[in-house]
Design a protein around this ligand. Structure first.
Ligand code: 5GP
Ligand code: MG
Length: 171
């Protein structure tokens, strides 16, 4: 990666925090929950892949894809569902896996959708949290508080670049 950027969380730091998150998740869920990890595409794909392999519980994996529309000034924003996954969530325990929570709109809308589909429980695990979300339900599992700035790498992109970086950097 060239240009002005700064590594914010390196590979070792991410690996160790992902492993801790898995332990936090194992403390909440048991075998009987038949957990479904639902990753939000595309940003969560690296995080989900690492997290899923650390969780020592039976689980299933699915994905959803949403896009924000109305780049309005306020968090009146809504999301459009592009792909809602394959596994029926009714009666299931769902753990939504997100790369980063900013305003909280995305997670709020997706959680509402999963609840409306009859999920037995819905919790959120986000790798990064900008902590500016106000009035939004807070994710139960948070990897790191995000510093100011625009972050890329480990799944996060800037105009589709940088998702493959094994670390998280600030542009
Ligand atoms: P929210 O709906 O919480 O306002 O926005 C969450 C979404 O905004 C994330 O899923 C991500 O796509 C995008 N986003 C917010 N902050 C950043 C950032 O620092 N870097 C990148 N790459 N995406 C971000
Ligand atoms: Mg995203």
């Amino acid at each position: 990666m060239s240009g002005a950027h700064q590594v914010v969380f390196d590979e070792a730091t991410i690996r160790s925090r992902v492993s801790e998150l898995a332990r936090e998740i194992e403390a909440v869920y048991g075998d009987e929950h038949r957990l479904i990890l639902v990753g939000l595409l595309k940003g969560s794909f690296v995080f989900l892949a690492d997290l899923a392999r650390e969780i020592r519980l039976p689980l299933q994996v699915d994905f959803m894809s949403v896009s924000s529309y109305g780049h309005g000034t306020t968090s009146s924003g809504s999301v459009r569902f592009e792909y809602s996954g394959r596994i029926p969530v009714a009666g299931r325990h769902v753990l939504l896996v997100e790369d980063i929570v900013d305003s909280g709109t995305t997670v709020r809308e997706v959680v509402a959708r999963l609840r409306a589909q009859g999920a037995e429980s819905v919790e959120t695990c986000t790798l990064l949290h900008k902590r500016i979300a106000s009035g939004a339900p807070q994710p139960r599992f948070v990897g790191f508080d995000a510093p100011n700035g625009f972050l890329v790498g480990y799944g996060l992109d800037h105009a589709e670049d940088f998702r493959h970086l094994p670390y998280i950097a600030s542009l």
